[in-house]
Design a protein around this ligand. Structure first.
Ligand code: AMP
Ligand code: MG
Length: 337
């Protein structure tokens, strides 16, 4: 049991956090996507603590964060030329590339796979922390396994208080949904998890871009998945979430027929003026919705919602990531009205 300290992103606090990581502890770290639970990716017992703090299944591999491309070749091999092109365009930034790992990455970090996800975060504090540690940082999202990902230090404190020694407060995450995860396949790109770097961004490299089936469809029992994380229930508030596809008019009619004391709508900001029942809003465009989604999913539990009907987001750009996270928080429960 720890008394979890909230640190600033000042140099001395980053150095203190780095000392904790270098003795094998786990620290909450801000990034531009969501907050991460960071430990030395090369230290097996430290990485084990990440899985324990989150309650994360051992077969769900961790993303390894480095501070720049200069670190890449030490941890992965056989890097395709396309990966360097993507890195030049989007790194540092919200993209994770799955690449063949070198032996220096312990098996616990990659959950026994021979590949590892590598990301260079854009958030300055994250890169300063990596540099202060002098080691790559394994970091999954800093939520309890299954819960919505944290986009503020307060969210991390909520989930991790007592479980880790410290959290660095780096402000609210600018992107708000986790990185785009890609792998390389037959000269093309496969998107395993959508994020801020969009399908169109990747098509601009002139190669085939495949979207993994698990992005918009539930994974069946026992079905093989390329990204182990996709098979787990995730992003779920305590309330039951249902995604509603259709016009605002039909949405209101549907809720009126299913309304109750602890029923809330999750609306676009611009819907609110003409909506007659209880609601929360999550922004008006894909970028706003990405930034607000996880905070709103946490808020609906705070206000005691039991059933939430969410207006379906657009699937364009980062909207696909919002749609994917919302579908998963709803356990793929979708109603067309
Ligand atoms: P999180 O750490 O919560 O952001 O989740 C990381 C995501 O990346 C999960 O969905 C993992 O399954 C996926 N991932 C990490 N490493 C690999 C890998 N080597 N191969 C495929 N997917 C991976
Ligand atoms: Mg996660």
């Amino acid at each position: 049991m720890f008394e979890t300290r909230l640190l600033s992103s000042d140099k001395s606090d980053i150095e203190f956090a780095a000392e904790l990581i270098n003795i094998g502890e786990v620290v909450g770290m801000p990034t531009e996507t969501v907050y991460g639970l960071a430990a030395d990716a090369l230290n097996e017992s430290a990485v084990k603590k990440i899985f324990e703090a989150k309650g994360r299944p051992q077969d769900n591999p961790l993303i390894v964060h480095i501070s720049g491309l200069h670190m890449l070749d030490k941890y992965v091999c056989n890097v395709p030329n396309l990966a360097y092109k993507i890195a030049e365009r989007f790194c540092p930034g919200p993209i994770t590339m799955i690449l063949p790992k070198r032996d220096i990455i312990p098996s616990i970090t990659s959950s026994g796979l021979d590949t590892v996800g590598i990301r260079i975060p854009f958030h300055k504090t994250a890169r300063e922390l990596i540099n202060a540690c002098g080691t790559p940082l394994a970091a999954p999202s800093a939520n309890l396994s299954g819960s919505p990902s944290p986009t503020t230090a307060a969210h991390v404190m909520n989930d991790m208080s007592g479980r880790i020694p410290a959290i660095i407060d780096g402000g609210a995450c600018a992107v708000g949904v986790e990185s785009t995860v890609i792998s390389f396949e037959n000269g093309g790109i496969r998107i395993l998890r959508p994020g801020f770097v969009s399908v169109d961004d990747l098509r601009n490299f002139g190669v085939t871009v495949y979207c993994d089936k698990g992005i918009t469809e539930a994974i069946g029992e026992g079905e093989k998945v390329l990204s182990p994380g996709m098979k787990y229930k995730h992003y779920s508030p305590k309330a039951n979430v249902t995604v509603i596809v259709g016009s605002l008019e039909n949405f209101i009619k549907y809720v009126s027929e299913h309304n109750g004391d602890n029923v809330y709508a999750m609306l676009y900001d611009s819907d609110a003026a003409s909506y007659p029942y209880k609601y929360v809003t999550y922004g008006d465009n894909a970028e706003e919705q990405a930034a607000q989604l996880f905070g709103v999913l946490r808020k609906i539990d705070e206000i005691g919602a039991e059933q939430v009907y969410a207006r379906c987001p657009s699937q364009d750009g980062v909207g696909l990531a919002v749609y994917n996270r919302l579908l998963r928080s709803a356990g793929f429960e979708v109603v067309n009205v």
